[in-house]
Ligand binder design. Structure first.
Ligand code: PMP
Length: 363
């Protein structure tokens, strides 16, 4: 018999989960949050009213449209490139979309390959889908070329390769020509995670342009970043219809609630308004890239809405000193760096003022 209120050790937990902690950046109630690469500008009152109207006219005693065709059509229209609803899949954040991709194409005895440093959730997607997680290093400047990727594919023999561009946490872009060369030389599922693509200096340089020629390509996107919809939880992918069908096999039925579908649909109808601050956020990032070195810091060139800045001998001390001044950034990435998301002008002013008072030793 198991006693009431058992410890985890009293339960038949999967062995690979023993000692694991739930993932997540600290969610702290502080004045300035520059830690999870959100768009800091909330939707307008008019937009919120539209969303409320869509929710209040929804149907809740029936299950929602399992195939969410209206939303998939809107997402296809947003992406362009000749895509239609059969090319689109979506879920509660691109985290869940990736779990579908790995549920379908990973699994026991199979490997997923990524290029580090990269997004810290990938190992968890792999673990949760019983897929082996294997990494290969990026170059010293965090770039990747086709030979790096193809050599790693030859060594690891993955069924799923994930290339993140712009990469989190470095902000580094991998050119479309590199992705094209990889696709010409592998049959693995190649997921290009473009969560931050709208912030790139050239947002039109996207792997979407390769979909017409490559049935093993998956382009992953999210409404959480540029689209200012992190709380709405809507991530999506574009791929060949057969890949979408594979995701439909492994998803939980009705995984996208009626509310999510309704609100995301309103946001997409007003895409221009949702994306209106992207230019400002790009400029804020570029200012950080300029100002960091002027203030004596090292920065990593970034095409996303965040910048790695450092280097501190004890970055945790620097992180804590910023937090003590009400500014939350992210302690992640290569040794000595902190990752700072682009905020509003007031938030950035608070960040620069706090940064000037940090006296943690540098490397
Ligand atoms: N991919 C990358 C590279 C990310 O940085 C993030 C969010 N931090 C995601 C995917 C997941 O975003 P979401 O689940 O909110 O769509």
């Amino acid at each position: 018999m198991v006693k009431a209120n058992p410890a985890l050790a009293d339960l038949p937990l999967r062995p690979e989960l023993v000692g694991e902690e739930p993932y997540g950046a600290p969610q702290l109630d502080v004045p300035v949050c520059l830690n999870v690469n959100e768009n800091p500008y909330p939707p307008s009152g008019a937009m919120l009213a539209d969303m409320a109207q869509a929710i209040s006219s929804g149907v809740y005693h029936r299950y929602p449209d399992r195939e969410f065709l209206r939303l998939r059509t809107q997402l296809a229209d947003y992406l362009g490139h000749g895509l239609g609803p059969a090319n689109i899949w979506a879920a509660n954040g691109s985290n869940e979309v990736m779990t579908h991709v790995l549920g379908a194409f990973g699994g026991p005895g199979r490997r997923m390959l990524t290029f580090t440093p990269t997004y810290s959730m990938y190992p968890e997607y792999a673990r949760n889908t019983h897929t082996e997680y294997v990494t290969a290093p990026r170059r010293v400047d965090y770039t990747l070329d086709a030979s790096d990727i193809l050599l790693a594919i030859a060594r690891v023999e993955p069924t799923v390769v994930v290339i993140t561009t712009p990469n989190n946490p470095t902000g580094t872009t991998t050119p479309v020509t590199v992705i094209a060369e990889v696709l010409a030389n592998t049959d693995a599922i190649v997921v290009v995670d473009e969560a931050y693509q709208e912030f790139a200096r050239d947002p039109e340089a996207t792997a979407l342009s390769l979909l017409a020629d490559h049935g093993n390509l998956v382009v992953s996107r999210t409404m959480s970043k540029a689209f200012a919809f992190a709380g709405g939880r809507l991530g999506y992918l574009a791929a060949a219809p057969a890949i979408v069908d594979a995701c439909r096999i492994v998803r939980l039925p009705y995984h996208l609630s009626a509310q999510t579908q309704a609100v995301a649909s309103v946001a997409l109808r007003h895409a221009d308004e949702m994306l209106a601050r992207v230019d400002d956020l790009r400029a804020t990032r570029d200012e950080l890239l300029r100002r960091g070195p002027q203030l004596g810091f090292e920065v990593v060139d970034s095409d996303a809405n965040f910048v790695l800045i450092g280097r501190w001998a004890d970055r945790h001390a620097a992180w804590q000193q910023l937090l003590d001044q009400g500014v939350l950034v992210r302690e992640t990435g290569p040794e000595g760096f902190l990752r700072v998301s682009a905020g509003t002008p007031d938030e950035m002013a608070a960040f620069y003022a706090a940064l000037a008072r940090v006296d943690a030793p540098r490397m």
